[in-house]
Ligand binder design. Structure first.
Ligand code: ZN
Length: 453
């Protein structure tokens, strides 16, 4: 029989169901990698003596694990650099440094970024790795995810359009398109697990319309669809990005991705800050997903993504921390708060509610990644669960509405988390990871990379 864990007498259990339920004095039973049951504590009382492990939930707020749908984990090596630039200038500064990346750097920085995510309540993450200089391979971060025990959607990114061909990045950090497509096929065949409760899926993700050709976008879409894997890229991030699209393709970003076949429930685009009303309708009609990255959009002065309009139009929207060089944090709980606040900066104090912000960070992210087994707590869903102690400073005065307290006033980190039924954080401590040693190794990689750049 699979290992069973009962979280008993939970103060507030938020399953993120359609009805907006909050259960008080509830219990939740995990069996193996799935949720077996949840409900009022007295209904599950028989399990107090029968479960292999019992966690006292009397001071806990319990929710589904958070889902991060956009990141560039290698950028944690260049945190807080190019501090006062917009996107294109910021890339000009950082591209030459990132050109020195080695496989070990990608592995160590991915572990560091995953630690940061896990400690902030994230249980599933995607990562968009689009630079493959030196000996870098997608396996470097797949290995990190396996060791950290986080559910992972590894996006095989790419850049092929160097400066000499009219693109943005320097030529020497770009790859040949034939080699890119071959490697994309190789990683799908080697690693993609389409089964329910999968811990590892592959995504194809040419970096952005200004760093790859039209042909690569189309061929990557055909390849992805032949294997049933998802597609991901950056889109309409700021005014310069839209200007590039108008100049080079004579189309707005939404029209351009439509012309490439990059719309559909198997596609999600990061940012979409500058989508207009017609493009939002286009995305809604085609069930195309969006990843909202509020902190990165503020950091690079990109603008305020029209998330309220997207939600009203029924566009699937998830949340992402974006790369650590433009956030510069990888804290998904803080990102949830910033999503709530940024919609209000546009002028509407009800621009995004606490529950809506939390929906982006859970169910919204699951939708965008094409997953039906995460993002909610219900029987047979994956046991990706997070819990926060409610007797800590940040919740003081918010006992009347703990869900709102979590979003308006996030605690410093998650108290407990389980991914696929396995404990990853216990009493605020990340399990099975020597964090000080990881930080030290990470800083050594960062020093070498920056000195060489
Ligand atoms: Zn990005």
């Amino acid at each position: 029989m699979d290992h069973s864990i009962l979280i008993s007498q939970i103060q507030a259990l938020v399953p993120m169901d359609d009805e907006g339920t909050i259960l008080q004095d509830a219990s939740l039973l995990i069996r193996g990698n799935q949720i077996e049951a949840l409900g009022p504590a007295e209904q599950l009382a028989q399990w107090v003596n029968r479960a292999d492990e019992v966690i006292d939930g009397r001071n806990l707020l319990v929710l589904p694990g958070l889902v991060n749908t956009h990141h560039h984990m290698f950028q944690s090596l260049t945190r807080a650099m190019a501090q006062n630039d917009e996107l294109f200038q910021w890339l000009h500064t950082l591209h030459p440094i990132w050109g020195g990346l080695r496989g070990e750097d990608v592995y160590i920085s991915a572990k560091l970024a995953m630690a940061e995510l896990l400690l902030s309540g994230c249980t599933t993450t995607s990562d968009h790795l689009y630079l493959f200089p030196n000996d870098v391979r997608l396996e470097d971060e797949i290995r990190a995810a396996t060791e950290m025990g986080i559910r992972f959607h590894a996006a095989r990114g790419a850049m092929s359009l160097g400066k000499s061909k009219g693109g943005l990045p320097p030529d020497h950090i770009c790859e040949e398109e034939e080699a890119i497509l071959q490697d994309m096929q190789r990683v799908i065949e080697a690693h993609h697990d389409a089964d329910p409760y999968s811990m590892l899926r592959i995504v194809l993700a040419p970096c952005a319309p200004f760093t790859v050709t039209h042909d690569l976008m189309i061929e990557a879409a055909m390849l992805a669809r032949s294997y049933g894997v998802s597609l991901h890229t950056h889109l309409a991030e700021n005014d310069n990005d839209v200007q590039y699209s108008l100049e080079h393709f004579k189309m707005r970003p939404g029209e351009y991705v439509e012309s490439l076949g990059w719309l559909g429930s198997d596609v999600w685009h990061a940012h979409c800050v500058k989508l207009d009303a017609a493009e939002i309708q286009l995305f809604a009609r085609n069930h195309t997903g969006v990843c909202h990255c509020p902190v990165s959009n503020m950091r690079l002065a990109s603008g305020i993504a029209p998330i309220r309009q997207m939600l009203d139009a029924k566009v699937a929207v998830g949340l992402g921390v974006d790369g650590t060089a433009s956030n510069d944090s990888g804290n998904l709980l803080q990102e949830t708060r910033q999503a709530l606040l940024l919609q209000r900066v546009a002028g509407d104090p009800a621009g995004l509610s606490a529950r809506e912000a939390l929906t982006l960070a859970t169910r919204g992210g699951a939708d965008v990644l094409g997953r039906e087994d995460i993002g909610r707590l219900a029987p047979s869903m994956a046991a990706d669960i997070i819990a926060f102690r409610t007797d800590q400073v940040s919740f003081a005065g918010a006992q009347h509405d703990l869900l709102a307290g979590l979003v308006f006033s996030p605690p410093p980190g998650v108290t407990h988390s389980w991914v696929n039924g396995k404990p990853r954080v216990k009493d605020g401590i990340l399990l099975d990871v020597d964090l000080p040693l990881l930080i030290e190794k990470h800083n050594q990689c960062a020093h070498r990379l920056i000195a060489a750049g």
